[in-house]
Design a protein around this ligand. Sequence first.
Ligand SMILES: *Cc1c(COP(=O)(O)O)cnc(C)c1O
Length: 459
Amino acid sequence: MKPKTIIEPFKIKSVEPIRFTTRDEREKLLKDAGYNPFKLHADDVLIDLLTDSGTSAMSAKQWAGVMEGDESYAGSKSFYKFESAVNKVTHMKYIIPTHQGRAAEKILFSIVGGPGKYFPNNTHFDTTRANIEFSGSVAEDILTEVGMHPEERADFKGNMDIGKLKAFIKEKGAKNIPLCMLTVTNNSGGGQPVSMQNIRDVKEVCKKYSIPLFLDACRFAENAYFIKKREPGYENKSALEIAQEMFSYADGATMSAKKDALVNIGGFLAMNDEQLAMQCRNLLIVTEGFPTYGGLSGRDLEAVAQGLEEVVDEHYLEYRIKSVEYLGNKLIDAGVPIIEPPGGHAIYIDAKRFLPDIPPERYPGQSIVCELYMEGGIRAVEIGSVMFGKYDENGKLIPAMMELVRMAIPRRVYTQSHVDYLIEIVLEVYNNRIKLKDYEITYEAPMLRHFTAEFKPIA
Ligand SMILES: *Cc1c(COP(=O)(O)O)cnc(C)c1O
């Protein structure tokens, strides 16, 4: 039997109109935004793929939860619902709500970080790296070799390199490594999953040196679904059971609920160490709020609790992963260079192969991002030397490992016709790539510069 079209597993009950603009209007808008799409008004964007973070469409049940929210300052009913939903997935003892993922990171690394400390991760997300470096510590990416080659296909390109992890621990000394992290899926490395075997192997190494393992768990459900589809022995397990096994090897987790909890704001810290949890809660009170709301309202906690139920639904996960794959496969078929295979939450254009004549110091990713907006009103984000580039002591750019353009797909927001339009625009830009310009930076902030930098095209 011919496989059937995978349909969106929902009906639409409430709609948000899109405002249409012309190419001329967009050229002016982008120029006024300093050629940085972060500075555009969202209303001037047709299809917004800047991020999958906080952009999910909530379900009717989540909205019902919003009405149910208990706004008590302490001991809110909604907190206990939230705690029990997080516990169901993670089985962790101490669950601390935060207003988003980076707040969890800030608290964690303020306590365990500091000068002279080292943190290994498959690939640090930008806010994770920033929080570690802000504390005075060093963030080290230890990604499996195949993960660094966009054109090579492998099932688990988010894995950590076990040999390099061991060497890193020996070199820096276990006592200087307060914890090791695994980012599932690996956002900055193409949304690629980490295998259960790799999580187990990393845990074994960590255990040998008494280093706690934390998951950066933002996309735990997408990662679990990839394990189900790709790793032998997991085909008959549910996504929830797989997620529970992933967390069973971890001593703690940071989470941005804006991803796989299908909400617009929220996050948490989870851990098994009582002493550490106490320190985190003490800091939480100073920076976020009382431990039963941690920077969120009761209604937000309700929406997270419901979202965590819905995200492990396998009809949802099949639609989610397959619709990203649909986009990826159409681009691959047309010859557009992307990270292969398609990741869980986004398609990453490989700007180095897309624009081989624009060197990293002229920001090929930024050039593509600008053209996608001008051509079709699409907003994507550069993940390359704008985001991760550094300068040496002579002020020369040290480029990022890869030059990528991320098109992140918001959850349950766009339909297949939006994606088909997107494909047309990407192909249009690709076919006219010879016309794309080099860019230089005219303004930048000292940290996380990609959010506010301004650019200028050079002929
Ligand atoms: C989004 C994200 C974060 C930070 O979460 P925020 O909610 O945006 O603060 C951390 N790690 C990864 C992998 C992420 O994708």
